[in-house]
Design a protein around this ligand. Structure first.
Ligand SMILES: [Zn+2]
Length: 272
């Protein structure tokens, strides 16, 4: 079976200070209700198993969050925990540690609060998968020197593991567009021992693709657009940009992102 695997990303669930990266509590719950009644709700590890085994028995959804906004701890995350829905929560560790608002919020004149370390630890203890979103929310289309990339990814992974007392398996690229998914940064994710990275340019996961790259789309507050993403559209596969990268060393070295066309065609043939 070759059912698609959907991974929407969210930033902030709150009813105050609405902006482009916030969804209201009511709308978020509507997304959760909709997905829970129609899809398998799975973690990223199960998604990767399905991709690798080339067997995805029914369409699935994995919820994910980027950045680490404090209000998520008041409604969205407790809701997911209460319902037993898997979720991966990506944080920028320096913002958590120093309690510094994000520059995009400061620039907008609303320095929104970020999660505390106690909140992140509590989420981890209650089964939320905590992932890394760099140290300082850097833009890898502008930051290319090895030392900084290692500071932001490889060293930060170890620190986040120490902060929460658990292994950190996944990384989400800030901004997440193809230009941000640089080879040097993907190398660092691999070297840090993580199991995969997430993009955010709007794409699907399907069986037989490269499972180290997990494709996501926006958990759009406009419900019609959200539904549209969840009704698989093969034309989106055809127009998807290639993200070439290499993981592993020596004999286990593998190149990905080049044989995508073949995987796409196979998938389309199976879906139709
Ligand atoms: Zn971000």
């Amino acid at each position: 079976m070759a059912a698609p695997m959907f991974v929407p990303f969210y930033h902030r669930v709150a009813d105050t200070h609405p902006n482009d990266w916030t969804i209201s509590r009511t709308e978020f719950e509507r997304h959760v209700d909709y997905c829970q009644s129609r899809f398998d709700m799975i973690g990223l590890d199960e998604l990767q198993r399905r991709v690798d085994r080339k067997d995805s028995p029914c369409p699935s959804v994995t919820f994910s969050f980027d950045d680490g906004y404090a209000e998520n701890g008041e409604f969205a995350i407790p809701l997911l925990i209460e319902r037993g829905i898997p979720c991966v929560y990506f944080v920028a560790i320096e913002h958590i540690r120093s309690q510094t608002p994000f520059s995009h919020d400061v620039d907008a004149g609303v320095p929104l609060p970020v999660n505390t370390l106690a909140q992140i630890r509590d989420m981890a203890d209650r089964g939320i998968e905590i992932g890394l979103h760099t140290r300082n929310h850097v833009d890898f289309s502008k930051v290319t020197d090895l030392q900084t990339v290692h500071h932001e990814i490889t060293n930060a992974t170890e620190e986040l593991q120490n902060m929460i007392g658990q292994r950190v398996r996944y990384f989400a690229f800030p901004y997440g567009l193809p230009k941000h998914l640089t080879r040097v940064a993907i190398d660092a994710v691999d070297e840090a021992g993580m199991d995969g990275f997430c993009s955010a340019f709007g794409a699907y996961n399907t069986v037989g693709r490269d499972s180290f790259h997990i494709r996501r789309f926006h958990g759009d507050p406009c419900f019609a657009r959200f539904q549209n993403w969840l009704s698989f559209d093969p034309s989106k596969l055809r127009s998807e940009p290639m993200i070439p990268y290499t993981i592993g060393h020596g004999e286990s070295k593998q190149d990905y992102g080049n044989e995508e066309v073949e995987a796409k065609l196979t998938c389309e043939a199976l879906i139709r």
